[in-house]
Design a protein around this ligand. Structure first.
Ligand code: DQA
Length: 141
């Protein structure tokens, strides 16, 4: 069975409570339960951290042990050369996901240190983006 890691960056532990007008009303833990029901044919591993170095450590570990990574680096998308470098360093394909349409928001959100290193990016489709990314990874490798 394929193993896919989902990694969420800072403040995504507050999904459901945080800016619901932008990110919706559902917490990630409840969404994850649904994802597992919708994708019984893969092993889903979940990691969330508010700390950049912990995300780098997890990418390094999952990048050599999983078949793919679904990564929402949250605010680190726009600042973290280290997360971009970690993606470039691993063999597993990474799909970058953003819940909101970052291109329709503030200018600083249009810059990503991740997009050029990722296999592809999904943004603006809400939590559904995670499921679409998993479908791609199931299909492609
Ligand atoms: C986000 C978009 C980022 O700009 C923001 O900092 C986040 C969440 C998204 O999923 O839409 O925390 O990655």
């Amino acid at each position: 069975m394929k193993k896919i890691a989902i990694i969420n960056g800072p403040n995504l532990n507050l999904l459901g409570k945080r800016e619901p007008g932008v990110y919706g009303n559902e917490g990630f833990e409840s969404f994850l339960s649904k994802l597992k029901v919708d994708h019984p044919d893969v092993m889903l591993e979940y990691f969330q951290s508010n700390i950049e170095g912990e995300i780098v450590d997890f990418i390094q570990q999952a990048g050599f042990s999983c078949d793919g990574i679904v990564l929402n680096p949250a605010a680190y998308t726009h600042t973290s050369v280290a997360i971009g470098d970690a993606i470039a360093a691993i063999p597993a394909p990474v799909i970058e996901v953003h819940i909101s349409n970052v291109h329709a928001r503030e200018e600083f959100r249009k810059i990503s240190h991740v997009s050029a290193k990722a296999k592809g990016t999904i943004c603006g489709l809400g939590l559904e983006g995670y499921s679409l990314a998993i479908n791609y990874l199931k299909m492609k490798n």
